[in-house]
Design a protein around this ligand. Structure first.
Ligand SMILES: CC(C)(COP(=O)(O)OP(=O)(O)OC[C@H]1O[C@@H](n2cnc3c(N)ncnc32)[C@H](O)[C@@H]1OP(=O)(O)O)[C@@H](O)C(=O)NCCC(=O)NCCS
Length: 134
């Protein structure tokens, strides 16, 4: 598990593309813009995992979490979330997860996140986002 930045951009794009369907993948330009945003930090796992988060004004938002299919169910996702929490002790962590993303929700719930809101149609018509907080 290594802190990541713009130098890791090709690997971050590749892991994200392996984990998400085409419509949700972040291309190189989008990844570059996100990495350049104030407060953004993250970690990369060399078996095929990445997480990006943003710490602003005492709150943390997980922007994306991706584990490549062949690397799943080995605790990598859980470890990436724990790494973000360790890097921001005492700060509340928020994220959005699709209401139909069972794996993502299961991971976050086992990591202690609770639902605190819902954004209707956030991922497109009929695809709501749940807002989770820890
Ligand atoms: C969600 C995701 C990050 C999980 O990564 P992972 O490395 O496989 O997760 P972990 O191995 O750390 O799993 C931790 C716990 O989460 C839960 N979990 C993870 N995947 C699950 C699944 N497919 N079904 C049910 N529970 C699941 C389990 O409780 C698991 O613990 P266990 O394996 O001891 O039962 C991965 O499936 C992924 O990249 N999905 C596509 C992108 C995505 O949905 N990102 C999150 C929303 S932004």
């Amino acid at each position: 598990m290594t802190p990541c930045g713009d130098l890791h951009r090709p690997a971050l794009v590749a892991i994200h593309a392996a984990a998400f369907p085409p419509a949700e993948q972040w291309a190189d330009k989008a990844m570059a813009e996100i990495l350049a945003m104030p407060g953004v930090f993250g970690f990369i796992e060399n078996r095929g995992g990445m997480i990006l988060a943003r710490a602003v004004a005492g709150e943390v938002e997980i922007l994306t979490l991706a584990v490549a299919p062949q690397a799943r169910r080995r605790g990598i996702g859980r470890a990436l979330v724990a790494q973000v929490a360790s890097a921001t002790p005492g700060q509340p962590i928020f994220l959005e997860v699709a209401a139909d993303n069972a794996a993502g929700q299961a991971l976050y719930r086992t990591a202690g996140f609770l639902e605190c809101g819902c954004r209707r149609d956030y991922y497109g018509p009929g695809r709501d986002a749940l807002i989770l907080r820890r």
